[in-house]
Write a protein that binds this ligand. Structure first.
Ligand SMILES: NC(=O)c1ccc[n+]([C@@H]2O[C@H](COP(=O)([O-])OP(=O)(O)OC[C@H]3O[C@@H](n4cnc5c(N)ncnc54)[C@H](O)[C@@H]3O)[C@@H](O)[C@H]2O)c1
Ligand SMILES: [Zn+2]
Ligand SMILES: [Zn+2]
Length: 375
């Protein structure tokens, strides 16, 4: 048993301001040793993602108490049992679906759909079914997406970890774990952006801006970036967007006008069914709309059904960048090393574990892009 400081979400449904309501408490928890196929990781950097905020405000139901966070990088400090592909001292990034590698989606290369991984994530356990934390009252807080990034140390399944290159700093590596894998993967794997394509991206948070970097990497001819927050639009231009829109006017008409009939590929990362509807309607005939945002489970999408057929459109969802993180992340690290994927540009704030509630306020108000916690 090791004692570690961790950010525990005590209740869900809190609408903030979190600096006053303080739904997340920093507690000292006992962390058990890793079991077979598990490792203990010293967290060096963790990013705050909107999916964490959705657990806090209740739009993504998860069991509590839970040690939040799912975007992190760190150093392996204990290996559960040998043989293992990991050694003490390895630098790793954590992925938010522990893909077992054996179930039928995993065998088909669709790690995001791993069945035991999804079961464990919904239950708030590790892939092994275990919870490795104990609170002072003897209860066992849940794990968030097999990661629980907001803690000094974590125990995770080996299937959640991917080694990172020596030259990749931990803070940038953390952002690769969720925002970059999700956004770039949506652009390359799901939208399959081709050189010269017109592309629109709705929502310019960490995920949307990573999708923008992915669109640029794929050689998009025209990139239109949409977000009501002016500072996000400015950042999008500095990262390669050709045009921006606030999304407050007739966005469908504006996009059709800018692209002669609508962009060929549209990626939605705002997490709203209403925004997805606009994104779909704005997509050009024969085009592809990819949705990445995670709206409230009760939200319903209203689209004209016949348009899918008569205009040969594609509407698809993308989770975990529609990727196998073990294959995709090393490719993304190479693009980063070559200077073609400047993910560090998405880091807007740095904070300590004790400032986490304030960090969630900055995300909710749109002030922050990616905020890095170094415990
Ligand atoms: N599919 C996945 O695997 C996956 C992974 C991570 C996050 N997510 C989800 O993706 C979404 C984005 O995550 P994030 O961390 O980048 O969030 P974020 O809060 O940083 O970014 C969302 C952005 O959407 C913008 N927005 C709000 N209303 C808008 C509108 N009407 N039009 C255009 N933009 C609008 C906000 O201003 C904000 O900049 C969330 O729903 C999150 O839960 C999905
Ligand atoms: Zn995330
Ligand atoms: Zn699997």
């Amino acid at each position: 048993m090791t004692t570690v400081r961790a950010a525990v979400l005590t209740r869900t449904g809190d609408q903030g301001p979190f600096a006053s309501t303080r739904p997340i408490e920093i507690r000292e928890l006992s962390l058990e040793a890793p079991g077979p196929d598990e490792i203990r990781v010293q967290i060096r950097a963790a990013g705050i993602c909107h999916s964490d905020l959705s657990v806090v405000n209740g739009s993504r139901p998860r069991p509590v108490p839970m040690v939040l966070g799912h975007e992190a990088a760190g150093e392996v400090i204990e290996v559960g049992a040998q043989p293992s592909e990991f050694q003490v001292g390895d630098r790793v990034v954590l992925a938010f679906v522990p893909s077992c590698g054996k179930c039928s989606p995993c065998a088909a290369g669709r790690s995001a759909l791993c069945e035991p991984g999804a079961t464990a994530n919904a239950a708030g356990t590790l892939l092994s079914g275990e919870r490795r934390w104990t609170d002072s009252d003897g209860s066992h807080p849940h794990h968030h997406l097999g990661v629980s990034a907001f803690a000094e140390q974590v125990v995770v399944s080996e299937r959640s970890a991917v080694k990172i290159p020596d030259q990749l700093p931990f803070d940038v590596a953390a952002v690769f774990g969720c925002a970059a894998l999700t956004g770039v993967g949506a652009a390359l794997n799901a939208a399959q952006i081709q050189p010269g394509d017109s592309v629109a991206i709705f929502g310019l948070g960490g995920v949307g801006l990573a999708a923008l970097l992915g669109a640029k990497l794929a050689g998009a001819g025209q990139i239109i970036a949409i977000d009501p927050v002016g500072s996000k639009r400015e950042l999008a231009v500095s990262l390669g967007a050709h045009t921006t829109l606030a999304g407050t006017g007739d966005t469908v008409a504006e996009l059709k006008g800018l692209t002669a009939g609508g962009p060929a590929r549209v990626i939605e990362t705002a997490g709203s069914a209403k925004v997805l509807e606009t994104a779909y309607l704005a997509t050009g005939r024969g085009g592809t709309t990819v949705t990445v945002g995670l709206p409230d489970p009760a939200a319903i999408l209203n689209i004209p059904a016949v348009s899918l057929v008569a205009e040969e459109r594609t509407l698809k969802g993308s989770y975990l960048g529609s990727s196998n993180p073990r294959k995709m992340l090393p490719q993304l690290f190479e693009h980063w090393a070559e200077g073609n994927l400047p993910i560090e540009r998405l880091i807007s704030h740095r904070l300590t574990l004790d400032e986490i509630n304030e960090g969630f306020d900055r995300l909710a108000t749109g002030e922050a892009v990616r905020q890095i916690i170094a415990p």
